[in-house]
Design a protein around this ligand. Structure first.
Ligand SMILES: C[S@@+](CC[C@H](N)C(=O)[O-])C[C@H]1O[C@@H](n2cnc3c(N)ncnc32)[C@H](O)[C@@H]1O
Length: 247
């Protein structure tokens, strides 16, 4: 019998996540449209409303992947502004660089390798920061938040868009039924990884909310990292949340 899925141990998580995103990079954008049932653009509109960045600003998009949020950030800070996107997966950024090269933002965005838990930037160096669909993937949320806090200028905002664990048991049951039955099937049908494969991307994603905090717990973690005016907006029956905090 095939072995049951085992999530990566904390010390293996970064390498596992990097390998996983390198593996799915080419299909990532198309799969998001399918998995979000077309809600992707709607969530992004809400995200932009909460960022509210100004022209001329310098923004850091952590865990930028293929650059969706980097481009949304750039649209707000142009003219005169710029965006630095960082990620641990070269595969995701390679797809992102090709996409960005076709847009009016190509001169305003740089994607470079970096780990959000050890940012190489000076403190107080960005006018804003964003993170999309990635807080679940880091090995330490407190360390991630304190690094982002460190590099932001006083008064700058951090906006985090991520899947959320719904409070309602009823919604949670329905959501997890979809999430935990459909997503593992994608591994088999699209990514074509068997049940024996060490890295099973969509099985991992379907399980990655298990140990993730509820939205109010994440809100408290923002405060613990030093952020002020912290709030969050639940979307789609609480299965997605946008958290915002100001340094
Ligand atoms: C689900 S993708 C999201 C990509 C993009 N932000 C978006 O909105 O589509 C998660 C990304 O987080 C990146 N990632 C995970 N852990 C990271 C870390 N410690 N530092 C930087 N990037 C990380 C992965 O490589 C992957 O590209």
């Amino acid at each position: 019998m095939a072995p049951a899925y085992k999530p990566p141990a904390p010390e293996e998580k970064e390498a596992y996540v990097r390998q996983l995103f390198d593996q799915i990079a080419e299909n990532y954008d198309a799969m998001n449209q399918v998995m979000s049932a077309g809600q992707w653009s709607r969530w992004h509109k809400q995200f932009v409303a909460m960022t509210d960045f100004e022209p001329g600003g310098r923004i850091l998009d952590v865990a930028c992947g293929t650059g969706d949020l980097s481009m949304l950030d750039a649209a707000q800070v142009l003219p005169g502004g710029s965006v630095v996107g960082i990620d641990i997966s070269e595969g995701m950024m390679e797809v992102g660089r090709k996409r960005i090269a076709q847009t009016p933002y190509k001169d305003a965005i740089v994607l470079e390798w970096g780990n959000v838990m050890e940012l190489k930037y000076e403190e107080n160096s960005f006018d804003g920061a964003t993170m999309g669909w990635a807080m679940r993937n880091v090995s330490s949320i407190p360390q991630t938040l304190s690094e982002i806090y460190r590099v932001l200028k006083p008064g700058a905002r951090f906006v985090c868009l991520e899947a959320a664990k719904p409070y309602s048991k009823f919604v949670r049951f329905g959501f997890f039924l979809y999430w935990k039955t459909l997503l593992p099937l994608i591994d088999w049908m699209v990514v074509k990884t068997g049940r024996q494969a060490k890295v099973r991307p969509y099985t991992y994603l379907s399980r990655s909310l298990d140990s993730y905090p509820f939205p109010n717990e994440l809100e408290q973690m923002f405060r613990d990292a030093g952020f002020k005016q912290v709030e969050y907006k639940p979307l789609m029956l609480g299965t997605v949340a946008i958290h915002v905090g100001t340094k």
